[in-house]
Design a protein around this ligand. Structure first.
Ligand SMILES: *Cc1c(COP(=O)(O)O)cnc(C)c1O
Length: 208
């Protein structure tokens, strides 16, 4: 896995330390996370608050927790209390709740980069306006952009979407770009990802 990251960095002349591997651990039992932790993995991404809380309690405290699932605004304050990074900001209602948290979180705006119907994240057209809201939030430290992107059969077909996110991020002063999953993170790294969210390529198939 780390070799694949290193290869993609080499191919794009990037320093491997500029890419953070976030282990997407949804549906994985605590034991699987602990095993990864013992191998040196320190950043984990979880999709659901209820599932994540016991895992956060069970793992050592020097883990960085990323929230990567759809975040209902009524759970946003608790998510901010428990997580270090919220990657899926998309509404003012979320920000209002996060601002009630007892701490400050790093935040990424989730972008629906291919403008897919009924997909999470904001359409590109709304990102500028929402960024102002994020910058006004007292408990979010804006870091950049995140996208999931369309599920396509060929990672090469993702390149244009990753590039589009990078260009948008450059225009908005984004430090972090969270893009790329098991099937396409090599291409995402070549296009400038600073965070790749990898599940099955790391843990094997997800228990249902
Ligand atoms: C599950 C998930 C991933 C990881 O997917 P894999 O294909 O297993 O690597 C990445 N990002 C998000 C938002 C996810 O929900």
């Amino acid at each position: 896995m780390l070799q694949r990251v290193a290869k993609a960095c080499e191919a794009s002349r990037r320093d491997p330390s500029s890419v953070t591997l976030v282990a997407a651990s949804k549906n994985q039992p605590v034991a699987a996370l602990l095993e990864m932790f013992d191998l040196g993995q320190k950043e984990f991404g979880e999709n659901r608050l209820q599932e994540a809380l016991p895992k956060i309690a069970a793992l050592p405290t020097d883990v960085t927790w990323h929230f990567i699932g759809r975040l209902q605004s009524n759970k946003a304050r608790k998510a901010a209390d428990a997580f270090d990074v919220i990657q899926t900001l998309e509404s003012k209602a979320q920000l209002r709740e996060i601002d009630k948290s007892c701490k400050v979180v790093d935040g990424l705006i989730e972008v629906n980069i291919a403008d897919e119907f009924q997909k999470n994240g904001l359409s590109v057209d709304y990102v500028d306006e929402f960024l102002q809201e994020v910058l006004n939030s007292t408990h979010v430290h804006f870091r950049g952009l995140m996208t999931v992107g369309p599920a396509l059969d060929d990672p090469e077909k993702m390149r244009m979407y990753f590039r589009r996110l990078r260009e948008l991020g450059e225009r908005l002063g984004s430090q972090w770009l969270s893009m790329g999953m098991s099937g396409d993170f090599d291409v995402a790294i070549q296009e400038g990802a600073t965070h790749v969210r990898v599940g099955t390529a790391l843990f094997g198939p997800r228990p249902q």
